[in-house]
Design a protein around this ligand. Sequence first.
Ligand code: COA
Length: 410
Amino acid sequence: MRAPSVWLGALVPSRPGESPVRELLSPRRAPGRAQAVCIPAIHLHMTAATMQVSQKDFEKAQEQLKLLKKDPGNETKLKLYALFKQATEGPCNSPKPGMLDFVKKAKWDAWNSLGNLSQDDAREKYTELVSGLVSAESAGQHKDASPEENRLGGYETIIVTTKNNITKIMFNRPEKKNAINHKMYREIIKALEEAGKDDSAIAVITGNGDYYSSGNDLSNFTGVKPAEMKKMAEDGAVLLKEFVSHFIDFPKPLVAVVNGPAVGICVTLLGLCDIVYASDRATFHCPFSQLGQSPEGCSSYLFPKIMGLAKANEVLLFNKKLTAADACVQGLVTEVFPDRTFQKEVWARLEAYASLPKNSLAVSKQLIRSIEKEKLHAVSSKECEVLKERWLSDECINAIVTFFQKKSKL
Ligand code: COA
């Protein structure tokens, strides 16, 4: 059950340091109730001694609950409330509150949902629940003392970590300026799939080293025999379409932390991110026509929408490289930070955002995206079709040969 927002206010402790659950759940709120236990007939076979232990545990649990430092969340507090009422008064016996009395209605619903659960069972469940909260808190305190990044295994070209409700996907080929080769495309797809399902509230994409990313790895096109060119282009288009689809469909807020220069597809994908923070060292360059290629990542649709047609044309047709400040003015970047304080400021901001209710963030993101989702998939399909032809064109092949020839002459 999702508690209405007014419930939050009603449960926030009024004095700093006071246990957040104390106010509503302390037996002091229901004087004498904890003692007024009536034992249902079904449990008459229990000895007086076992009952006493159970009652003692129940009272101990109430004391432990008051000592919890962290708010266990509204759903848990409702469960505790309901179990306490059931344990001390039996099945829900109060009249149903009106629909608009949200707090009372949420509490009544929680209690009523326990139906005919016996008072013994309610006491036991209550005690178990508190014991779980106490252990989780002491484990959490241990963890909080040295918050550690949890690094997910199975990746070679990216580093995927989770910490503070954030999943970070970091391009990790710094020696190649984080150029995206085929393996990296597949690993990013896998990481996005995992991040979409994990417990984090937001996901972040960033780069390791001085570059955010130099875009498509041009060696994806090299070493292909003439007879295999067509297949290379077809497979490339399928992979690109799948890759971009994962950005279109990503179910929670996706943030780009652009730590340095960005080229090609890593620029175009920014239009599909929900927020883009950039270091003032970052630049944004789409050398598509220079390479005999064409835009992808839905930029043929999103860039004109974001920047206006004339500005987008300079970027997408004429290879205009934008500074971070330009990109921010054009609306592609949300905010620019001085490189010196970039990481510190951005991560502090993101940690605060990631502590917001994650389900609310996810449904809101999906709502916003849903309006254009079909359109974006159609745009991406079209872009991939055009690129499939471009990759086989003389213009493209010559540009790639020139790139590697220049390198070999250095
Ligand atoms: N594809 C393949 N290799 C790339 C690459 C890319 N997109 N970006 C960088 N690299 C490689 C370089 O070839 C070089 O490899 P080497 O050390 O084996 O020679 C290494 O990464 C370092 O790059 P280098 O060019 O030496 O660094 P730089 O600072 O002089 O220039 C770039 C960086 C990004 C400006 C330059 O590498 C470049 O123009 N890359 C191509 C970008 C591009 O066109 N991307 C596709 C867009 S559609």
